[in-house]
Design a protein around this ligand. Structure first.
Ligand code: PEP
Length: 256
């Protein structure tokens, strides 16, 4: 209904793929496509690729993001990377609370909230991921789960800061599996998230918020998903590693 208020954001999540030179090469391949895009395009790279990706993207419409950050500014946290470090090296975005971080590396709603806070404080835009497991969908508690994840993840985020938050609804059963939520399922949950944002921040702020869908989005299914009234873009894993497929998704978002 208010989709015209929002600019879609297509974000690629490269996960643990691509060496720095490969990352720079993929950025170069994507630049011409990004020049004509009528949506924001973000590439979320592994930490060690950020510098090369940001250098390659300089002066283009492509924005660079990271895939996680620690919540502390500095200190004795061996192996971790702070939000300020990401900002300094050229990242403008960071994914927080991806389901792989939650299931494989112990992220909780509370640590997700701390990472979100740190990222905002460092001046980054956050892509905050939420989504249910298959069993939770089968138990009909999807909306409850996603509302809780969103509410806790946003604890301490002000209405002004909401413009630097993107929520990515990613059903866990659809990530990397080739299974995709139907357009109706994606829109239903995205709308529930928007209604929660209206409760927390007011209807105007909620209507301006970008809420993506993620989970096996590809060149073939993107147009239908992105045409949904509450789907404002996508978080793309596998298909973001193939320039032609990712470009087709960006085209679909530009038209949707
Ligand atoms: C993701 O990693 O966020 C994702 C949605 O992956 P895929 O597109 O491969 O399902």
């Amino acid at each position: 209904m208010n989709k015209q208020l929002r600019k879609a954001v297509i974000a690629g999540n490269w996960k643990m793929n691509l060496l720095p030179a490969e990352a720079a090469a993929l950025v170069e391949q994507l630049k011409p496509m990004a020049a004509g895009a009528n949506c924001d395009v973000v590439l979320c790279a592994p930490f060690v690729d950020l510098q090369a990706a940001a250098a390659a993207a300089a002066g283009s419409n492509l924005k660079i993001g990271a895939q996680n950050c620690h919540w502390a500014a500095s200190g004795a946290f061996t192996g971790e990377v702070s939000a300020q470090m990401l900002k300094e090296i050229g990242a403008e975005y960071v994914i927080v609370g991806h389901s792989e971080r939650r299931t494989l590396f112990g992220d909780t709603n509370e640590t997700v909230a701390k990472r979100t806070r740190a990222a905002l404080d460092a001046g980054l835009t956050v892509i905050l991921c939420v989504g249910e497991y298959l069993e939770q969908r089968q138990q009909n508690i999807t909306v409850e789960v996603v509302r809780t994840q969103t509410k806790i993840g946003l604890a301490g985020v002000s209405a002004d800061e909401l413009s630097r938050i993107i929520i990515a609804y990613e059903p866990v059963w659809a990530i990397g599996t080739g299974l995709t939520a139907t357009a109706a399922q994606a829109n239903e949950v995205n709308k529930a998230i928007r209604d929660l944002l209206a409760e927390l921040y007011g209807r105007d702020a909620a209507d301006g918020a970008v809420i993506q869908y993620g989970g096996s989005m590809n060149a073939a299914n993107a147009a239908e998903l992105l045409a949904q009234p509450d789907v404002d873009g996508g978080l793309i894993g596998g298909a973001s590693l193939k320039a032609a497929d990712f470009a087709a998704i960006v085209r679909a978002a530009s038209e949707g």
